[in-house]
Design a protein around this ligand. Structure first.
Ligand SMILES: C[S@@+](CC[C@H](N)C(=O)[O-])C[C@H]1O[C@@H](n2cnc3c(N)ncnc32)[C@H](O)[C@@H]1O
Length: 275
């Protein structure tokens, strides 16, 4: 077995990417620092604008050669730098979609001199026209009521009605709030639902997913849950420990741990209130 497969290396992606042979991965799925000043225990999200864009171009040029010819790349960004990053990527790959992830942020105040930003911008890029894409794996089934409502003879036997419709480019999935069972101690952890959809659509079973910026390891976990292989990097040792834990603890146990922690917090609060 290749020593770089099914592992997340706790090291700088810009040096670590040399471990991976060129043309070896089916999918690059990544959520790099956004340069919004977030604290990941390192300065990666707190760079000057020119420095950040030069750094982004550097890792992109190290990562793209790792893709197979029919491979794809998904990248999370925010409106602040998605224009520059998407132009960079369009010079190297073909852009297929801009997906908007509506994080379903509840309305509670927000910006007062502009509109509150409640979405991430995701770029979907491919290397060549014959890229791998499995639409059937990500179709969204209709509920029985809708199926019944579309029972006119012209619809009978339609694949979209039987297997479900193809997802649109607006994805409305709740962010992971503090009490969410999936939630790990990472400030920008992404929901498995979103990452698994990308993997199922753009990486064949048994294929390889690369994420140079693993954070809490969502990409690795999603790959493993969907029968794909993974590789990647994370700079922060505490996050590397979280990745290890997420990869070895079944989600059911995580949910049980989270419920137990919630009960303990409630019991502690009740005790404090009685004192
Ligand atoms: C936006 S977060 C990724 C979150 C991840 N998608 C998740 O669901 O948990 C970006 C991560 O990149 C890591 N990082 C920043 N610079 C890095 C580098 N040069 N090499 C590897 N990881 C890096 C940060 O520590 C941070 O955890």
């Amino acid at each position: 077995m290749s020593e770089w497969l099914d592992r997340v290396f706790c090291e700088d992606a810009l040096t670590g990417l040399s471990r991976i042979p060129d043309g070896a991965v089916d999918l690059i799925l990544t959520d790099p620092p956004y340069n919004l000043g977030k604290d990941y225990g390192n300065a990666s999200d707190q760079q000057g604008e020119a420095e950040f864009l030069a750094w982004t171009a550097r890792w992109i040029d190290l990562a793209i050669p790792k893709l197979k010819d029919n491979g794809s790349l998904y990248i999370f960004a925010t409106w602040r730098y998605s224009p520059e990053i998407f132009v960079m990527l369009k010079q190297r790959l073909t852009m297929m979609n801009e997906i908007i992830w509506d994080r379903r942020v509840p309305s509670m105040g927000g910006s007062v001199r502009s509109f509150s930003s409640v979405h991430d911008t995701i770029g979907f890029f491919v290397k060549r026209k014959d890229y791998y894409f499995d639409l059937d794996a990500v179709r969204i089934p209709y509920d029985e009521a809708t199926k019944k409502a579309r029972s006119r003879s012209i619809f009978v036997g339609s694949k979209w009605l039987e297997l479900g419709y193809n997802p649109k480019d607006l994805w409305s999935v709740s962010r992971l709030h503090k009490e969410h069972p999936e939630r790990a101690e990472h400030p920008t952890q992404k929901p498995l639902e979103i990452i698994e959809r990308m993997i199922k659509a753009s990486c064949p079973l048994g294929g390889i997913v690369l994420d140079p910026f693993m954070g809490s390891g969502t990409t690795a976990l999603a790959a493993s849950r969907t029968g794909r292989r993974f590789t990647g990097f994370e700079l922060n040792e505490d996050y590397c420990a979280i990745i290890e834990q997420r990869l070895t603890t079944p989600i059911a146990d995580t949910i049980a741990q989270s419920k137990a922690a919630k009960r303990a917090r409630k019991a502690a609060a009740d005790t404090t209130n009685q004192e």
